[in-house]
Write a protein that binds this ligand. Structure first.
Ligand code: UD1
Ligand code: PEP
Length: 435
C-alpha cells in the first residue's frame, strides 16, 4: 500500500493539461473487441484501470501495440474464448468496474460472455441488472452463479428489440449499444444514458460502420449491421479531472489554467462550481481560475440554502460531488450536498471533520457543509483514501491544510489520475510518494 506525504499551505501556479478520460477509455477499449480490424486509440491515460483493461485484452489474445506516449493500436482478430473460463481471467476482470463492458462486444461477436463480479469503488450497491435486462431483451440467456460470483451470458442469433431501461445506467447503456450494434434488426433503447463518453462511443461505432441515431439523447435507435471495421479514435479530456482541478485551485487560492478542456462537452460542471462562488474564465478552450482569497456560495433565489445533487447526464455527475464537498469547507456560506446515486460515498467526511471542517452528515446520502470562510485552516492529519474521488478530495484538503498530511491507500487515486503527484508538483505542490 503506497501513501502520499503532502505539505499543505502552498499556493500553486501554472498550466495543467487534463488527461484522457478514464471512464471513456474503459468503454472505448472494450469496443475494440467488436472487430477483427485494427483500432487506434489516442489520449489513453496512464492510470491503473486503463492499464489493467489493456492487459486483460492482451491476455484474451488482442494484439496490443503502443505507438506513441498515449496512443495504442488493438487488433482482436484472434480472441481466445477459452481464456474466459480460466481463474486468471476471472481474477483480473474483477479488478475493475469497466471490465463489465467486454460482455456486450463478446456477445455480439461470439455469442457468449463470462465475467466475475466486477470491481471498482466500494461506494454503495452497484447492481448490474440493467446490463443483463438489456441482453435478455435481445434474446440472450443470462445465468448468475452465486457460489462463484460469475455472470454467464449466451445467445446466438440475437435480434434487435425495444427496451425501456429501468435506470439510465452508463456502463449498462454502453454494453447494450455495443451488443445491439452488430446483431440482426433494430434496437430502440429508451431511458438510455447520454453522457459525452457514451456519445463518443456511439460516434466511434458509427465510424466503424454501425448505424446509431439519437446520439446525445435518451432515445437511441440502433440498426444492427453484420460486421464492424477498424477506426481511429481520440478520447476526450477527463471532465472529472477538470472539475478536480477547479476545486483544487479554489481551495489552495491558486491561479491555474486548465488547457484544452473541451468546454463544450463539460455540461453543467463549470456553472456548478460558479454557484460555489469560484471564478472561472474561458479563454478559448482553456479554463482560467484566478487566485481567489474567498469564494461565496450562492443561495437559491428565495434565499434558501443551496443544494447540489447528482443526476444522470445532463445533470451534475456524482463523481464530482466529493470535490464540491471539500471545496465548500473553506467557502463563505453553506451548501447541502446530496449524493442520490451512491449510499457510501460521503462517509469520508469524517476525515475532513478530523481536519477541522464543519460538516453535518445528515444521513448516508446528504451532508451539510458550513464554510469556514478561511477563518480557520484545515489541519494536516493521517488518513486513508476510501475511493478514487474521495481520495482526490482528501488530497485537495491536504494541499490546503496547515501542516503535513499522510494519505494512505493512494492506489485508489492512481486508478484514475495519471502521475498526479508529479503534475501537481510541477505547479508548486509538495507531494512525496512513499512506497
Ligand atoms: C466505469 C464508469 O464509467 N463508471 C461510472 C459509471 O458507473 P456505472 O455505469 O457503474 O453506474 P450506473 O450508471 O450503472 O449507476 C450508478 C449508480 O446510480 C444508480 N442510478 C443510476 C441511474 C439512475 O437513473 N438512477 C440511479 O439511481 C444506480 O443504481 C447505481 O447505484 O457511471 C456512474 C454514474 O455516473 C459513475 O459514478 C461511475 O464513475
Ligand atoms: C466510481 C468511479 O469509478 P468506477 O466506476 O470505475 O468505480 C469514478 O470514476 O468515480
Amino acid at each position: 500500500m503506497s501513501s502520499f506525504r503532502v505539505k499543505g499551505g502552498l499556493k500553486l501556479k501554472g498550466e495543467i493539461t487534463p488527461q484522457g478520460a478514464k471512464n471513456e477509455a474503459l468503454q472505448i477499449l472494450c469496443a475494440v473487441l467488436l472487430t477483427d480490424d485494427l483500432v487506434t486509440i489516442h489520449n489513453i491515460p496512464n492510470i491503473r484501470d486503463a492499464n489493467k483493461l489493456i492487459e486483460l485484452l492482451a491476455d484474451m489474445g488482442v494484439k496490443v501495440n503502443k505507438i506513441g506516449p498515449d496512443s495504442f493500436t488493438f487488433q482482436a482478430d484472434d480472441v481466445n474464448l477459452k481464456y474466459l473460463e480460466t481463474p486468471d481471467f476471472l481474477k483480473k476482470a474483477s479488478a475493475l468496474r469497466g471490465s463489465v463492458m467486454i460482455l456486450g462486444p463478446l456477445l455480439a461477436r461470439f455469442g457468449t460472455g463470462r465475467l466475475s463480479k466486477p470491481g471498482g469503488d466500494k461506494i454503495g450497491r452497484r447492481r448490474l441488472d440493467t446490463h443483463f435486462f438489456g441482453f435478455q431483451k435481445l434474446g440472450a440467456k443470462f445465468e448468475y452463479d452465486a457460489a462463484q460470483e460469475i455472470y454467464k451470458i449466451d445467445g446466438q442469433n440475437l435480434k434487435g428489440a425495444y427496451m425501456l431501461l429501468d435506470e439510465a445506467s452508463v456502463t449498462g447503456t454502453a454494453n447494450i449499444v455495443m451488443a445491439a450494434s452488430m446483431i440482426e434488426g433494430k434496437t430502440t433503447i429508451y431511458n438510455a444514458a447520454c453522457e459525452p463518453y457514451l456519445q463518443q462511443l456511439c460516434d466511434m461505432l458509427n465510424r466503424m460502420g454501425a448505424k446509431i441515431t439519437g446520439i446525445g439523447s435518451n432515445l437511441l435507435h440502433i440498426e444492427g449491421v453484420k460486421s464492424l471495421s477498424g477506426t481511429d479514435h481520440r478520447l476526450l479530456p477527463d471532465m472529472i479531472e477538470i472539475g478536480s482541478f477547479i476545486g483544487l485551485a479554489a481551495m489552495t487560492q491558486s491561479e491555474i489554467t486548465i488547457k484544452n478542456a473541451q468546454i463544450d462537452r463539460l455540461g453543467i460542471i463549470p456553472d456548478t462550481f460558479r454557484r460555489m462562488g469560484i471564478k472561472l474564465e474561458f479563454r478559448g478552450d482553456d479554463i482560467h481560475i484566478p487566485a481567489q482569497d474567498l469564494y461565496e456560495i450562492e443561495t437559491f433565489i428565495d434565499g434558501s440554502i443551496l443544494n447540489i445533487s447528482d443526476a444522470i447526464w445532463p445533470g451534475f455527475t456524482p463523481d464530482l460531488l466529493s470535490i464540491v464537498l471539500v471545496v465548500a469547507t473553506q467557502a463563505k456560506g453553506t451548501v447541502l450536498v446530496h449524493q442520490k446515486m451512491f449510499e457510501s460515498r460521503l462517509f469520508f467526511v469524517d476525515k475532513l471533520i478530523d481536519m477541522g471542517a464543519q460538516i453535518i452528515l445528515c444521513d448516508p446520502h446528504r451532508a451539510t457543509v458550513i464554510g469556514l470562510e478561511r477563518k480557520n485552516r484545515l489541519r494536516g492529519i493521517r488518513m486513508t483514501s476510501p475511493d478514487i474521488r474521495a481520495g482526490v478530495s482528501l488530497l485537495i484538503a491536504a494541499l490546503s491544510a496547515e501542516g503535513t498530511s499522510i494519505i494512505d491507500n493512494i492506489e485508489q487515486i492512481d486508478r484514475g489520475y495519471q502521475y498526479i503527484d508529479q503534475r501537481l508538483n510541477a505547479l508548486g505542490a509538495d507531494i512525496v510518494r512513499l512506497d
